[in-house]
Design a protein around this ligand. Structure first.
Ligand SMILES: NC(=O)c1ccc[n+]([C@@H]2O[C@H](COP(=O)([O-])OP(=O)(O)OC[C@H]3O[C@@H](n4cnc5c(N)ncnc54)[C@H](OP(=O)(O)O)[C@@H]3O)[C@@H](O)[C@H]2O)c1
Length: 379
């Protein structure tokens, strides 16, 4: 069930005139830019903080290098369509953020390739619209769209129960892949009733929790894939360990960049800890710039203008979805040792994401924040 009342937001009073609002937004934008360049809420200039943390990291980095790039993996465009269809047929795949943008394009591809889809949407209206579109590609026994507010960890737990129920109803009890694609970029900070930052929870922590809760079902599949849709925004960023959720200082794009870095770190750490024991391979898909509405949902006129300008040269959602499909069906990818993929080619991620010490640190913090007990992952 949707929980629209679960988040709190500090809206401007409705009575403000448009020019006043615009000045307010401009001041706020300048303030955010200033904060980015000059100050952090720790009172350290951010460049100094960045320097300190990078220096700290470089004292003891334990970095597992991926094999030399590039590697020989066939692009799925070179593969016969029939072969691809066969490899996805009857696979059960969960996609979050399935009702719009890249997630919807991927969902359409999956059901038209004969996969069984459990889509996770957000707004009920968009879920209904997505179901209507999916019905054009497959009958409704092949898919379900479950609405869920992923900013709340309690909802993520309910969602995992519903997914498990659904898998048992299908009689398989196994999940072949989980695609963590949902994300939001609110312009102003939104604190959830669980006291966390919405970007942090939707973009990263909900995926961390959902994957751990579904490990038994993923492990049942034998060779499952866990794909996080991240972004090249994760480059030129580090984890702000003193203030991961931007308390008292919030910058929408920095919060986004950090959440995307956290996804890549999580992927590397998951493989180190879980791949051997469960057979689950975690991968990252970087879709590049894609023409979607993500930048129009932040409730800011400035972000709308910026995104309209920025996304005009973006690729289609279909081509971005095809890249994810490639990671879902290609077997060479699993053997390649590479975790970060862009345009169906491996790429070196931000080196911070490969640092074992930082990966473990993030895992420990996330385990605590998500309220994940050892029994939850059943391993
Ligand atoms: N577009 C790009 O250029 C680009 C570039 C790099 C990476 N990416 C990544 O690609 C992924 C998909 O983004 P997109 O561009 O396709 O944008 P999108 O259409 O806005 O997709 C994001 C999805 O996440 C859902 N979502 C947002 N807040 C949620 C919440 N609180 N609970 C549950 N679901 C929530 C949205 O549902 P509602 O719309 O109903 O809120 C939407 O379906 C994201 O991870 C994004 O970071 C995009």
């Amino acid at each position: 069930m949707m929980v629209f009342t679960a988040v709190q937001s500090d809206h401007h009073p409705d009575g403000l005139e448009l020019p006043l609002k615009s000045i307010g937004c401009l001041v706020s934008l300048v303030f955010h830019l200033w904060n980015t360049v000059a100050y952090d809420n720790t009172q350290d200039p951010s460049w100094l903080l960045h320097f300190k943390e990078i220096k700290q990291m470089s004292r003891n980095p334990v970095i597992t290098e991926p094999p030399n790039l590039p590697c020989q993996v066939k692009s799925h465009k070179e593969k016969p369509l029939e072969k691809m269809k066969q490899s996805l047929k009857d696979k059960t795949i969960v996609v979050t953020g399935a009702a719009t943008g890249i997630g919807l394009a991927l969902s359409r591809l999956l059901v038209s390739h004969g996969a069984r889809l459990i889509g996770v949407g957000h707004s009920i209206a968009r879920c209904e619209e997505a179901s209507r579109l999916l019905l054009e590609a497959a009958d409704n026994s092949r898919f379900v769209i479950l609405p869920s507010e992923l900013s709340l960890m309690s909802n993520v737990r309910d969602l995992s129960t519903k997914i498990r129920q659904h898998l048992n109803d299908c009689g398989t009890g196994k999940l072949d892949a989980l695609v963590l694609n949902a994300a939001a970029v609110p312009f102003r900070q939104i604190r959830t009733i669980e006291g966390m930052d919405t970007q942090w929870t939707v973009n990263y922590l909900s995926g961390f929790l959902l994957s751990h809760l579904l490990i038994p079902e993923l492990a049942n599949a034998g060779n499952a894939r866990l794909i996080s849709v991240s972004s090249d925004s994760h480059y030129n960023m580090h984890m702000r360990w003193q203030n991961l959720q931007f308390d008292g200082f919030y910058h929408p794009l920095l919060a986004y960049k950090q959440s995307k870095l956290a996804q890549v770190m999580f992927t590397a750490e998951f493989n180190r800890r879980m791949k051997g024991a469960t057979g689950i391979t975690a991968l990252v898909s970087d879709p590049g710039l894609v023409r979607t509405d993500i930048g129009f949902k932040g409730n800011s006129i400035w972000m709308d203008i910026f995104w309209k300008w920025r996304s005009r040269h973006g690729r289609t959602t279909e081509s971005a979805a095809e890249d994810i499909l490639f990671l879902l069906e290609d077997n060479d990818v699993l053997q390649s040792g590479h975790i970060y993929w862009k345009y169906r080619q491996p790429k070196m991620p931000n080196r911070i994401a490969l640092d074992e010490n930082q990966g473990r640190r993030l895992r420990d913090i996330s385990t605590q924040l998500a309220g994940l007990a050892v029994k939850d992952s059943s391993l």
